[in-house]
Design a protein around this ligand. Sequence first.
Ligand code: HEC
Length: 180
Amino acid sequence: MADWKLLGMAALVPMAVLTQGAVKPAPKGPVVVYSEMHDHVAAKAQVLWDITNATLDDEGNPSAKKMKPADWIKLKAALADLSASLNRLGGAKSFVVRGPGQKILDEDTTGGAKPADIQHHIDANPAGFRQYATALARQIDGIGKAADRRDLKTVYEAASELDGQCETCHQTFWFPKDAQ
Ligand code: HEC
């Protein structure tokens, strides 16, 4: 009766051995949203905005002359970190909104979103959460390609439009009441 189960088990053993030998271990435990946002996504998006805003000329147009080689390197590094963070969110099995000792912006403010509520929103639709993260990672990779071409106009325009995508996810999972 249990033979097919044993067969299944036998097939699993070599699989387990293969997985153990794999270079990239599967991510352990849930990804902490706060850490990704605070240390990577928000921090590096700010680097992107600061660098691109500093290139604006008197007419408010981005001027490639204002980009030094070091700025391009800094920009690329910020984009790579941003993309890696969003891909961690996009590939996570599960999420916790914050770890011990971390405080999410406004969680103590009256009317501010509470961690348990945010957790509930994400747990109700983790696939949607991953999708927003992955879509933004792709967008960031597109900006990275424009940066490789030293195409400041495209980088600037895409960077200026980013916050709309940040907002969409925030309004869905962080403070949905404000979305109405
Ligand atoms: C996939 C969804 C998602 C995307 C995309 C996203 N965020 Fe967030 N972000 C969240 C959630 C959920 C929270 C609140 C919960 C938390 O911080 O754990 C948050 C929190 C934050 C915070 C507060 C961190 C703190 O100090 O408490 C900042 C700042 C932030 N995001 C900036 C950004 C920026 C900038 C972007 C776009 C470049 C962005 N986020 C894109 C989901 C997202």
